[in-house]
Structure formats: structure tokens, C-alpha cells
Design a protein around this ligand. Structure first.
Ligand code: UTP
Length: 287
């Protein structure tokens, strides 16, 4: 057994109802941010954080995710034969992600239920969780920032950011005591509170490191907000059992599962592209 964070779990089995009808036949995690799907950025973050054992939780209708990370020898041969080296480089960007495994959530019963499917794979080790529809943009990958906290504390830690009051009812909201720079020791977390009941303006943002104790908490968690098994409710139980920290993430977070968040993500990445930047800025000015 290792005390290092060597494994990551990426839940991507949700129904994506906010993006219907496109998500009827296409996983929201495969929606393109220009030329790469959302899930590419999430897997890349795990890899760039030093993790080479990644478990993707998928489900019915999510086969496109498995195909994306699979090798494509006939496509590779075609590109080689036609001397398309730039396109081959794009393919190689995917094949550098080794050690990807898949397990299917039988029914989308909620994020907490999805994470429980990782218990066997994690073999009693601490592990990272990265939500498959949140993209983080930063110099030090968000998951790496959390691993650095875990290496100091040996305790579970979740990434948080301040959100506007009108958005508090969308997320898991934390309360805790400051115990270092950008660090809180948690005493509670509540899923989707009414703004008046929210214990703070700090929201959980889809990146976590857990000790294996989270699994027994998940098993004791019953359906909560929205009739789903909520990861937040299991974290609440974990807080009662052992120390859980929250780290104020330094970087930008994009919720691509939300329509506006998705458009913002595309614009952000397009503005990073030298060829697109000026014409896009001109277009946005005219719009
Ligand atoms: P969301 O709540 O954003 O996903 O879950 P959703 O339920 O697909 O979205 P909407 O509200 O219907 O549009 C956050 C992450 O947890 C995964 C999702 O795929 C997403 O990456 N998830 C959610 C699961 O893996 N299983 C579930 O049962 C629910």
C-alpha cells in the first residue's frame, strides 16, 4: 500500500440533462473545446499532476469516451502514409495518457454513487477525484496543488473557490477555520444550500484528494439533494471521522456542464490561440 497519491478517479457517467438534446447521444464530457474534448483536459490535469493510473467512471451511452482514449492504428497509418505530421502529433497527445481504466456505473444515481465504484481499484490508497466536466486552467495543476497539501497533512483535502451569493444553491458550500495560507480545516459542508442557510461563500469546485475512509462514508450515505447520492453528504460524514481540509484553489475554473460556462471555456482557449485571438476579439466587439 502506498501513502502517495498515485491514482485518480474521473466520474463521467452523469446524464448531462442541462445539455439536452445533444447529450441524448453524446457524452457532455466529449463536447469539444475547439479541437479537444472536455475530458482530454481533465485527464491531462491528472497526468500533469504526476498520476499515471486513471479510472474513468462511465455508463450507458458513454462509449465515445473509451474510443477517444483507445489507440487508432488505421488512422495513424493513414496519417503516416499522407505525411500528415501535425495531425499525428495531435494523436500522440492522446496516446501519452497511459494507464487509463474504465468501469461503468450501472445507473446514474449521483456523484457519490459513481465514486463508490472506484473502491476496488483504489486498493486502500489515497486517491484524487476530478469531475469530468470541470476544466481548471492554471500554472500548477489544481490536482497537484491538492496533492501538495495532502503530502503535508496526510488528510483528505478538497478544492474550493469563492462564488457569488446567487450561485450558492448550485454547489457544495463549506465552513471551517483558517489554519494556514489558503487553507481551512473543515467543520461542515452542505449541498446546494439556500443562500440564507449557506455557511460561507466558499464552494467545492470538483477536485478532491480522499483517504480510503471516504468509501465507508459513501456506503452510509443515502439519497440527498435532487434524489441523488451526493458526494458532499459523504464528505460531511468524513469530517466527523477525521480531519478534512479545503484549499482555496489558485487558478481559473470552468464548469463546462453549464451552457454559459461551456461558451466561456471555448472563448478562453480561443483567445490563447495566436491565430484566432485578434479576429475573435473583433467579432466579440461587433456582437
Ligand atoms: P453533474 O451533476 O454536473 O452531472 O455531475 P450531470 O448529472 O450529468 O449533469 P446535469 O445536471 O444532468 O446536466 C458532476 C460530475 O459527476 C458525474 C458527471 O458525469 C459529472 O462529471 N456523475 C454525476 C456521475 O458520474 N454519475 C452520476 O450519477 C452523476
Amino acid at each position: 500500500m502506498s501513502n502517495n497519491v498515485r491514482k485518480a478517479v474521473i466520474p463521467a457517467a452523469g446524464l448531462g440533462t442541462r445539455f439536452l438534446p445533444v447529450t441524448k447521444s453524446m457524452p457532455k464530457e466529449m463536447l469539444p473545446i475547439i479541437d479537444k474534448p472536455v475530458i482530454h483536459y481533465v485527464v491531462e490535469e491528472a497526468a500533469d499532476s504526476g498520476i499515471d493510473d486513471i479510472l474513468l467512471i462511465t455508463g450507458r451511452g458513454k462509449r465515445a469516451i473509451e474510443d477517444y482514449f483507445d489507440d487508432a492504428p488505421e488512422l495513424r497509418m493513414h496519417l503516416e502514409r499522407h505525411g500528415k505530421s501535425r495531425e499525428l502529433d495531435a494523436l500522440n497527445e492522446i496516446s501519452r495518457f497511459s494507464g487509463i481504466h474504465f468501469v461503468r456505473q450501472r445507473e446514474p444515481k449521483g456523484l457519490g454513487d459513481a465514486v463508490l465504484y472506484a473502491e476496488k481499484h483504489c486498493e486502500g490508497e489515497p486517491f484524487a477525484v476530478l469531475l469530468g466536466d470541470d476544466i481548471m486552467k492554471d500554472h500548477i495543476p489544481c490536482t497537484k496543488q491538492l496533492i501538495d497539501v495532502f503530502n503535508k497533512t496526510g488528510s483528505s483535502v478538497i478544492a474550493i473557490q469563492e462564488v457569488p451569493t446567487e450561485q450558492l444553491n448550485r454547489y457544495g458550500i463549506v465552513s471551517g477555520k483558517e489554519c494556514g495560507k489558503n487553507l481551512l480545516l473543515l467543520d461542515d459542508i452542505v449541498e446546494k444550500p439556500r443562500p440564507n442557510d449557506a455557511p460561507s461563500n466558499f464552494s467545492s469546485i470538483g477536485r478532491y484528494i480522499f483517504t480510503p475512509a471516504i468509501f465507508s462514508c459513501l456506503k452510509r450515505t443515502t439519497k440527498g439533494a435532487g434524489g441523488e447520492v451526493q458526494l458532499t453528504d459523504a464528505i460531511r460524514l468524513l469530517i466527523k471521522k477525521e480531519d478534512v481540509y479545503a484549499y482555496v484553489y489558485q487558478g481559473k475554473r470552468f464548469d463546462t456542464g453549464d451552457k454559459l460556462g461551456y461558451i466561456e471555456t471555448i472563448i478562453e482557449y480561443a483567445l490563447d490561440d495566436e491565430a484566432m485571438k485578434a479576429p475573435l476579439q473583433a467579432f466579440l466587439k461587433r456582437a
